[in-house]
Write a protein that binds this ligand. Structure first.
Ligand code: F6R
Length: 615
């Protein structure tokens, strides 16, 4: 949520900042702004330029300014405190305008801090929590005359989460950076020093980066970077080498990131499985750090996650219960932490998060660990808070996901969770090595099956999208795995096309939702071959009788389904356990097509942000 960039060095800062902000725009796009240092007389001033809307607006504004500044900070915002407006856009300045800050996160005690600062004469010009940082640093600077010390002092007053970058006109060329519970990455390139909230914004400059830990600070200058702890003692943090290419994070000829990422899914399946099956036929997920004996004592599992990741959890529940016979509950992380779940030392909590920084999921992890559970993370981001705070982690190998709606990371999550379910099944003695090997290979086959959907079903998906385009609402139904797939299909459709959609277990239709059906109402049904196929077909007949327009996701070769379905999208035959991997893909494409027909920006749907770092 929100993106931070900063640069000090030899190049024109506004160009470096705009390039970085564009890369980060997927994280928030309500407003954008920069603070640039400029020489004036014998000294320096800080100019702030902010715009409501996307980074392109800010870029045009800056293009008209002859600004050769070589030091600045920038921000792209997703509103939390205060409406999207110029006043609320970052950077925020101190009363005297000599200090400017950009901030990601939430300051929990901001109301109290603001009241205190106002009582001491500070004048606020925004509704944001961030602005307290500018005033706190200003106050501390008045006594320390040292930006590094002033930022550390300000942080000591703040309760909450922050990734922070600050500049001060009295220390030209210096950017001070702090982190607590909100990612900050720092790197040194040939042309200067860089900071960002996501490595993607500085990968052009350097591949060796420092991911700041909570409580660490960095002081960036053109000639180098100094790292300190909260007491100002010098530290030497670990350097992480980034081995993925920027091309992987660019559109690569596709019209939008969402399509590009959907098409990457066969690769994601393959990459997530590489090296996972040892020559002796056993699964190799060493990074989980638990022996078979330790896995064997697990007697209860909670999968905690939000949104699409929660839906991956619903799919995992089916697999874990079926293969390992361990009771598994799936809970929205935002609910889990506010009730009193039954946790014992033999409870395993599986936290699923693409970004690895979702506030609710992190809070639930911390809660679960305090209560004594083992926590496994499933995440797409190396070194993310979820990875760091879990006892073990499986990375989903989706690579950077830019489109706000999760697609490839969802498939990576399902594959990773399937591996975990197989491992637990083996550890519990419910699956033989031979069975695991067979299922593993079938899982790998889904890569080619997804490709086959791309090769054969685009026309059918287009037709189905035309059928939904003008609707007011749509219903997704299925049973078992099909129900879980439906939940994700409905979420994808509503988030990118703004068409209202709901998902129901098909058997629940007659208990209420069927009242919605009127002639032409789109019902999207997962009717792939499964033990409940006949039941789903019966439920569809009830919809057909009331005039619904039925779009069926069916297994190749199922011609009977055409008797009740107006449109059919075919999925290659696949074991029910793996149907979510294949059937979810056409639903992603359907959502995208409907969104484009309705004139929506599929990469950046309104009101959403890629990482949700607030509760
Ligand atoms: C929907 C979507 C969101 C995320 C949710 C959790 O397409 O992307 O629903 O799944 O915000 O995010 P992570 O997985 O980063 O914890």
């Amino acid at each position: 949520m929100c993106g931070i960039v900063g640069y000090t060095g030899l190049d024109t800062a506004k160009d470096v900042l705009i390039t970085g902000l564009k890369r980060l725009e997927y994280r928030g796009y309500d407003s954008a702004g920069v603070a640039l240092e400029r020489a004036e007389g014998d000294g320096c001033v800080v100019d702030i330029v902010r715009r409501v809307g996307k980074v392109a607006g800010l870029e045009s504004e800056l293009a008209q300014r002859d600004d050769a500044s070589t030091c600045g900070i920038g921000h792209t915002r997703w509103a939390t405190h205060g409406v999207p407006s110029v006043a609320n856009a970052h950077p925020h300045a101190s009363c005297d305008g000599r200090i400017a800050v950009v901030h990601n996160g939430i300051i929990e005690n901001f109301a109290e801090l603001r009241a205190d600062l106002e009582a001491r004469g500070h004048v606020f010009s925004s509704q944001t929590d961030t602005e307290v940082f500018a005033h706190l640093i200003e106050e501390a600077y008045a006594t320390t005359h040292d930006l590094a010390a002033a930022v550390r002092a300000a942080c000591a007053h703040v309760v909450g989460a922050y990734g922070l970058a600050a500049v001060c006109a009295d220390e030209p060329g210096v950017i001070m950076v702090a982190r607590k519970d909100s990612p900050i990455v720092v790197g040194r390139g040939e042309r200067g020093s860089y900071v960002a909230s996501d490595v993607i914004a500085l990968i052009d400059a350097t591949r060796d980066v420092v991911v700041l830990e909570d409580g660490q600070f960095a002081r960036l200058a053109p000639e180098g970077i100094e790292y300190t702890d909260a007491e100002g003692r010098l530290i030497e943090p670990a350097v992480t080498h980034i081995d993925w290419d920027i091309d992987m994070a660019e559109k690569g000829g596709y019209p939008d990131f969402m399509l590009k990422e959907i098409y990457e899914q066969p690769r994601v399946v393959r990459d997530t499985l590489v090296g996972r099956l040892a020559p002796n036929g056993e699964l190799d997920i060493d990074e989980l750090g638990l022996s078979f004996e330790e896995l064997n004592v697990i007697d209860r599992i909670y999968v905690i996650a939000c949104g699409t990741s929660y839906h991956a959890g619903l799919i995992a529940k089916n697999l874990i219960e079926s293969w390992a016979r361990i009771p598994c509950e799936v809970e929205a992380a935002s609910e889990f932490r506010y009730r009193d779940p039954i946790i014992t030392p033999s409870t395993l909590v599986v936290a699923v998060s693409q970004s690895g920084e979702t506030a609710d999921t992190l809070a639930a992890i911390r809660d679960a660990r305090i209560k004594g559970a083992k926590v496994f993370g499933i995440t797409n981001v190396i070194g993310s808070p979820v990875a760091r705070e879990s006892d073990g982690v499986i990375y989903t190998k989706a690579n950077k996901e830019i489109a706000v709606a999760s697609t490839k990371s969802f498939i990576g999550q399902i594959v990773s969770l399937t591996l975990l379910a197989l491992l637990l099944g083996q550890a519990k003695g419910r699956l033989t090595t031979g069975q695991v090997r067979m299922l593993f290979h079938e899982l790998g086959d889904t890569s080619a099956q997804i490709q086959r959907i791309f090769d054969t079903q685009l026309d059918a998906i287009h037709e189905a999208a035309c059928a939904c385009q003008g609707a007011q609402s749509a219903l997704f139904v299925g049973r078992g795995m099909g129900a879980a797939i439906s939940y994700e299909g409905a979420l994808k459709l509503k988030e990118v096309s703004y068409l209202h959609a709901e998902a129901y277990a098909a058997g629940e239709m007659k208990h209420g939702p069927i009242a919605l059906i009127e002639p032409g109402f789109p019902v999207i049904a997962v009717t792939t071959k499964s033990p409940t196929y006949d039941k789903v077909v019966s439920n569809l007949k009830e919809c057909e009788a009331r005039g619904a327009r039925i779009i069926a996701l069916a297994t190749e070769g199922d011609e009977d389904i055409r008797r009740i379905a107006d449109h059919v999208i075919y999925i290659p035959p696949v074991r029910d356990a793996f149907s979510a991997i294949t059937a979810s893909v056409p639903l992603q494409l359907l959502a995208r097509e409907v969104a484009l027909m309705r004139g929506c920006n599929v990469d950046q749907p309104r009101n959403l942000a890629k990482s949700v770092t607030v509760e």
